[in-house]
Ligand binder design. Structure first.
Ligand code: T1G
Length: 696
């Protein structure tokens, strides 16, 4: 847990304590107890003149052990704050030798030291806000006293990490080291031990007011945009504001109280659930299966999705052949890619050389022969089975026998594509989400014959290009889009029953969704789901309720933003939805044609009808084994569909509401609205047995 080494120098002896707790040197209770004991011994040892604290491997420390947050405080003694106070009140100089990643409580531990030396590749951050909490071991009180409240506010309210050089410039780091980190830290400790100035200590008095008194309000506005609906950023900002009027000790007590409120709140429990859920989802189904390297990729189709996929690959340094059979289409796609990169350069997210380097990695082609040597082809052509099957037959004939063939289809049958090839084991789905170069989610769709090596290879590639891969099975819409069907169906039904488009979208945006379903449809294009509905029309049972609202909107040529109108109107060049009386009238006509008497609809009903439609379908997906875990569904919705992270995803949200209550409401809807609301057997089983989706 904690190794101790006595380093002897001409100026005296230094106790070097090293945190050894793989995988991230987390500060669990055993580590804290061992560190406290080692500190007591080093302070008591009269031969030791200074103390250096460092970490083993690439982590100084990844912070407190998040898994402990659900255990009562008493079980977590000694608390991290006590260990940090021991460092800070030490009569001997304490120096943090930051050997790599120092996050959360890990950085707070370093803040408890009197000095900090960091390797040049160190990463320093207080990401607690991303877990729905705040730096609860003194970070909100010590950091502003070290680097000023403005710099501290940015680091703590954003949760974003900084590098060693930025740390040096703002005063968080005293020295940068290369491979002589511990020696440098020891010598600094001895230098202080021998100096008349003594140990530099933080000023416990209130912090000087910032030049701009508006910074806290501005921070709240910024946090509201980035972490919409989250309470943790506001609590972080409150703790920082407190430093202007209270002493260090008073501020630490305030911070402790606010931390306790957050860590026991639903939002943090949801955000911690997503933290672990993302890591579970990205775990390879068979850890022992070795992925094949993917170093050269072909993308077929230079449209919006194909271009975004090509950018995702180039951004990770992977050479791409972007192919379209139509030169004009290829040129259009290339222009979009160049414009996207230029926009990133204008926003200073990229510099010019980086843009040119990435563009150079994307080779354009119209001849399929250019794909004869790639490791993987991702087909992103028109969403039509006949078109895709023809492409897969061509690829199968000319690609290397070991090449993997993937389709970016958003709902078509991967098994049918596999059957069109001589390599069904190497056929897989890679469902990217638009814009593919931005959205993290990647549904990796396994066909019945897809082999484990192909899955492992795609998972490895996904992580390399910064995506969150989630393994899903084949059905219409896989997981995300399959669930979005009943979600959108209920939204359309609610329109006929009396809600306006802006009420449906508004209720869901107030719930925390990044965008309501109707506005989302306008943005994505209403024609995509229209085509799916038309494809399924022949098999749709006549006795099942069906809303004509969306079809009629499409039949008017209103396909969403791209045509300037859909559920809403859009002024020229604007994406702001404008309610349109034409649509209100259309909805009333549809309701009348269906004999529906319109009524007032509450926001609560809108949330229940749409959210529980997601949950019920998610339960069926789990029953059918289309998703491996309930938490995978949560990851898909948070990472790919704008579901609020502070509610933990649809299945976690249902657990939070309580499955008996969710089931009772669904059964009421079943009685009122018919068989579309038949409760999933799994939901009934869990509700009756007192279990939760997160128990699965
Ligand atoms: N607690 C518990 N487990 C953790 C953990 C943590 N802090 N960090 C990582 N793990 C597990 C993770 O679940 C995975 O487990 C394994 O370690 C490898 O993680 C008091 C309150 C450090 C950048 O928010 O950002 O301190 O799946 O796959 O890609 O104020 O982990 O192998 O079983 O992510 O190399 C603040 C969270 C905590 C940092 C490493 N700290 N961790 O990334 O590995 S709250 C954080 C990360 C706190 C104080 C507050 C990343 C990483 P498994 P990984 P990685």
């Amino acid at each position: 847990m904690i190794s101790k080494q006595i380093e002897v120098f001409p100026g005296g002896q230094v106790a070097v304590l090293s945190i050894q707790n793989p995988p991230v040197n987390g500060l669990g209770s055993a580590v804290r107890a061992a560190l406290g004991k080692a500190l007591d011994e080093a302070i008591a040892d009269t031969d030791v003149l200074a103390i250096v604290l460092t970490g083993a491997g690439r982590f100084f420390s990844g912070g407190a052990d998040i898994r402990e947050f659900n255990t009562p405080l008493t079980l977590r003694e000694p608390v991290l704050r006590d260990i940090i106070n021991k460092l800070e009140s030490s009569p001997k100089p304490t120096v943090a030798a930051i050997n790599g990643i120092a996050l959360g409580g890990g950085l707070e531990l370093a803040l408890g030291c009197h000095y900090r030396v960091a390797v040049d590749k160190a990463t320093l951050g207080l990401p607690e806000v991303k877990l729905g909490v705040l730096p609860g071991a003194g970070g909100t009180q010590r950091l502003p006293r070290l680097i000023g409240v403005e710099a501290a506010l940015e680091i703590i309210a954003s949760g974003d990490a900084i590098n060693a050089d930025q740390g040096l410039r703002c005063g968080l780091v005293d020295q940068i080291a290369q491979d002589d980190l511990v020696t440098k830290a020891c010598l600094l400790g001895l230098q202080v031990a021998g100096s008349e100035d003594g140990i530099r200590r933080l000023n416990p008095a209130a912090v000087a007011a910032p030049k701009n008194p508006e910074i806290f309000e501005q921070a709240r506005q910024k946090a509201g945009r980035r972490y919409r609906g989250c309470v943790a950023p506001l609590e972080c900002i409150a703790c920082l504001e407190k430093t202007l009027t209270t002493s260090l000790d008073e501020g630490l007590e305030f911070e402790r109280q606010r931390f306790q409120v957050l860590v026991n709140g639903d939002q943090s429990k949801a955000q911690r659930h997503i933290f672990f859920a993302e890591r579970s989802a990205m775990k390879l189904p068979d850890a022992d299966v070795k992925p094949e390297p993917i170093n050269h990729v072909g993308v077929v189709g230079a449209g919006t999705m194909g271009g975004g996929i090509a950018m995702s690959l180039a951004n990770a340094g992977i050479p791409v052949v972007l192919l379209d059979r139509d030169q004009a289409a290829l040129d259009r796609g290339w222009e979009i890619i160049k414009n996207n990169y230029s926009a990133s350069v204008s926003r200073k997210k990229l510099d010019q050389p980086q843009m040119e380097q990435r563009l150079a990695l994307i080779r354009r082609a119209v001849d399929y022969q250019e794909l004869s040597d790639v490791d993987l082809v991702i087909e992103a052509a028109f969403e039509d089975m006949a078109v895709k099957r023809e492409i897969f037959e061509r690829l199968d004939a000319l690609c290397r026998p070991d090449a993997i063939l993937a389709s970016n289809t958003s709902r078509l049958d991967i098994n049918e594509l596999a059957a069109a090839t001589s390599r069904p084991g190497q056929v897989i789905g890679t469902h990217f989400f638009s814009p593919a170069n931005v959205m993290r989610l990647l549904e990796v769709v396994q066909g019945v014959q897809t082999n484990r090596t192909a899955i492992a290879s795609l998972f490895s590639l996904a992580r390399k290009i910064g995506k969150t891969p989630v393994l899903v099975g084949v059905c219409d819409g896989f997981v995300g889009n399959r669930m979005v069907s009943p979600y959108t169906r209920e939204a359309h039904f609610l329109l006929e029953e009396g809600a306006s488009p802006e009420q449906v979208d508004g209720a869901l945006q107030r719930f925390g969704m990044a965008m309501g379903p109707l506005r989302m449809g306008d943005m994505a294009g209403l024609d995509i789901s229209w085509a799916a509905r038309k494809r399924m029309a022949p098999t749709r049972p006549a006795h099942i309720r069906y809303s004509r609202v969306a079809d009629r909107i499409c039949e008017m040529g209103r396909l969403g933003q791209k045509t300037g109108a859909g559920f809403y109107r859009y002024e020229e060049g604007s994406r702001n939805p404008v309610p349109d009386p034409v649509i209100d009238e259309l909805i009333k006509e549809c309701a009348q044609a269906s004999g529906i008497e319109r009524r007032d609809i509450s926001d609560e009903e809108i949330i229940q009808r749409t959210m529980y439609a997601l949950v019920n379908e998610g339960a069926r997906i789990l029953e059918e084994g289309i998703a491996q875990r309930s938490s995978d569904i949560d990851v898909i919705y948070v990472a790919g569909y704008g579901f609020p992270v502070f509610r933990g995803g649809p299945m976690f949200y249902a657990d939070t509401v309580g499955l008996p209550q969710v089931l009772a409401t669904i059964e009421r809807f079943h009685a009122e609205h018919g068989e579309l609301w038949a409760p999933a057997p799994l939901l009934k089983e869990l509700a009756s047995s007192g279990r939760k989706f997160s128990d699965l």
